[in-house]
Ligand binder design. Structure first.
Ligand code: MN
Length: 237
């Protein structure tokens, strides 16, 4: 077993155990700083809601592309030795580092997104998230309506998020690669609303995609776990 095989196996093991895949520091890899983390489920496991074909392109081409570009862009820069969340925070808002920010944030966003959904997910949350939804939105239906409207209302490419802000749950939409890590907010869930996330399955019907995602795929246990942690953003990659 070579080093890369071993690392891949270790990451898959962690995902199976309910942990998050880890990205590795340059000191542990000869050729690449960050590696594409394993998916937490089989590529066809989200069917019929998200097809294997969509997962194949989205993970195998888009997410992988962001990982490869990040590794290339940070070579011989001050970002080279930083963990991913630090790269995101330090490059955010710096025009000269926009390309590094975009790619690094998209690496993080996608890793977080895969864990934000699961086969057999969806429906109403329990636990502290249910309590937080009641406090912030009144009831689950009001939350659901607002989340769908936020995801649908983002013009162009971007993300819809559930975050914790000042002790309260909040729904947030960001353009392009921007994310709660750069904004200093605690991320709980991510929904990718770039067209590449849904176009093969839903074409222009982003609202149907957002509804389907909430009703059938959202991973409330992941949100609950993130809520209970001090810095969930650091654990993803
Ligand atoms: Mn995407």
């Amino acid at each position: 077993m070579n080093r890369r095989t071993f690392i891949g196996t270790a990451a898959a093991g962690m995902a199976a155990a309910g942990g998050l895949p880890q990205m590795l520091h340059a000191a542990e890899m000869e050729t690449a700083k960050f590696v594409l983390p394993s998916l937490p489920w089989a590529p066809n496991a989200l069917e019929p809601f998200i097809s294997e074909k969509t997962v194949g392109f989205h993970y195998g081409k888009h997410h992988k592309g962001y990982v490869d570009k990040t590794n290339k862009l940070i070579q011989n820069t001050s970002y080279q030795s930083m963990p991913l969340p630090e790269i995101i925070r330090k490059s955010a808002g710096k025009p000269q580092d926009q390309n590094i920010f975009n790619n690094a944030a998209q690496v993080w966003n996608h890793a977080f997104f895969w864990h934000s959904m699961k086969p057999g997910g969806g429906g109403k949350p329990g636990g502290k998230i249910a309590e937080g939804v009641r406090i912030a939105f009144g009831d689950y239906d009001a939350f659901r309506e607002r989340f769908i409207a936020t995801a649908t209302g983002r013009f162009g490419s971007g993300w819809a998020w559930l975050v914790e802000r000042n002790g309260l749950l909040a729904i947030l939409s960001t353009p392009n690669a921007e994310n709660p890590v750069a904004l200093g907010l605690k991320p709980l869930l991510a929904l990718d609303v770039w067209e590449h996330a849904y176009y093969l399955d839903y074409q222009n019907r982003r609202e149907d995609f957002a509804k389907t995602w909430l009703d059938n795929l959202v991973n409330w246990e992941f949100a609950e776990k993130n809520l209970s942690q001090m810095n969930p953003a650091e654990k993803v990659v």
